[in-house]
Design a protein around this ligand. Structure first.
Ligand SMILES: Cc1cc2nc3c(=O)[nH]c(=O)nc-3n(C[C@H](O)[C@H](O)[C@H](O)COP(=O)(O)OP(=O)(O)OC[C@H]3O[C@@H](n4cnc5c(N)ncnc54)[C@H](O)[C@@H]3O)c2cc1C
Length: 326
């Protein structure tokens, strides 16, 4: 018995996986999308949601999170099943040629084909050194809806682009914004750091989060200076832990795929060599590969159309024009 039976599983809800999900739906397939992160959007949502992307065809200067929102809306037109917060871990071949995919939370999905849009691998947010027990109770790894921070005292932890970008995005909305970083120097873009220093936000360096407290939800943080060890208390009803992510292909390395330098080798149909398993986006490797969103979108369409024909030899490779649909 499996929890779900679909025509295609897309592993990875980054930009390429979201587009593959749309495309599979457009081809009339039922779809499930698995991602190890609790939010869709892959690198775009996790690393640079506030940055403007200038090189996606037809969208001059689209903010990362707006691109993800549009891709989600497009994918949602075919109602995929979302299996977020769990990683695709193992596969087994069934007697009828289909594949049973197992996830790390114990979900089992039986499918005809899989598109691996796994980017640079399973993303895991780096945890806060203290206060992890407040995760989901005022502490988050992502800012999905900046308006949800209106009126809050927000503590942002980190020194990279996402920490600084989120501080800048929330500063006009939140009651107060405090950015804590364990070093004096930021790794974020210099112009963004300069803008932050001119803003209303309070910058505390070099400090780390020593402890969080609060009844049901977080309400206070104790910061500790990394140089002299002094303690400093701040009110905070929301904390954004933007300490970066680790990524690795993890369980996919046991699937019998050809992997070169942490990328999956594919042919011109995006087939991996494991029957029914295709790949698209940053995770793929072939001569001339360029790791860009626009390239990944094309690969997603190739992978889905070729998988459709492999799963049903009577199907056409050319999907028809989307303009022909109602
Ligand atoms: C700072 C920065 C700026 C960039 N700017 C641009 C730009 O201007 N233009 C451009 O074209 N590109 C840009 N890129 C590159 C672009 O973000 C990537 O090319 C794009 O995100 C690749 O999309 P993807 O869907 O293939 O992979 P990803 O975005 O990496 O998404 C892969 C998803 O798969 C999930 N996953 C992996 N393994 C598993 C598993 N086993 N089970 C479940 N889920 C799994 C991950 O959690 C992740 O969510 C930039 C990248 C960075 C870091």
């Amino acid at each position: 018995m499996s929890d779900l039976e679909v025509d295609m599983v897309v592993v990875g809800a980054g930009p390429v996986g979201l587009y593959a999900a749309y495309y599979a739906g457009f081809r009339g397939m039922s779809i499930a999308v698995v991602d190890s992160l609790p939010e869709p959007g892959g690198q775009v949502a996790a690393l640079y949601p506030e940055k403007l992307i200038h090189d996606v065809a037809g969208l001059p200067g689209v903010r990362g999170r707006d691109l993800v929102k549009s891709l989600l809306r497009q994918a949602e037109s075919y109602a995929p099943r979302w299996l977020l917060g769990q990683s695709a871990s193992t596969i087994e071949r069934l007697g009828d040629g289909r594949i049973r995919l197992h996830t790390t939370t114990g979900t089992e999905v039986v499918t005809r084909s899989i598109v691996l849009a796994a980017g640079i691998g399973t993303f895991r947010p780096r945890p806060l050194p203290a206060g992890g027990e407040y995760l989901g109770r005022g502490v988050d790894y992502f800012v999905t809806d900046p308006d949800a921070y209106a009126g809050h005292d927000v503590l942002i932890v980190g020194g990279g682009d996402s920490a600084v970008d989120w501080a800048l995005a929330l500063e006009p909305i939140a009651r107060t914004v405090t950015l804590v970083h364990r070093r004096e120097r930021f790794t974020a873009h210099e112009a963004s750091v300069a803008e932050l220093r001119r803003s209303r936000a309070t910058v505390r360096t070099p400090y780390v989060v020593h402890a969080l407290s609060g009844d049901r939800e977080v309400s206070r943080a104790i910061l500790r200076g990394t140089a002299a060890g002094e303690l400093h208390e701040v009110d905070c009803s929301r904390v954004v832990a933007a300490l970066g992510f680790t990524a690795d292909l993890g369980p996919l390395t046991g699937w019998g795929l050809r992997i070169v330098d942490r990328h999956i080798v594919v042919d011109s149909t995006m087939a991996t060599g494991v029957p029914g398993v295709y790949a698209a986006g940053d995770v793929t490797e072939y001569p001339g590969k360029v790791r860009l969103i626009s390239v990944g979108f094309g690969e997603a369409a190739l992978a889905v159309n070729n998988a459709a024909v492999a799963g049903d030899p009577s199907a056409q490779l050319f999907p028809g024009h989307s303009t022909a649909t109602a």
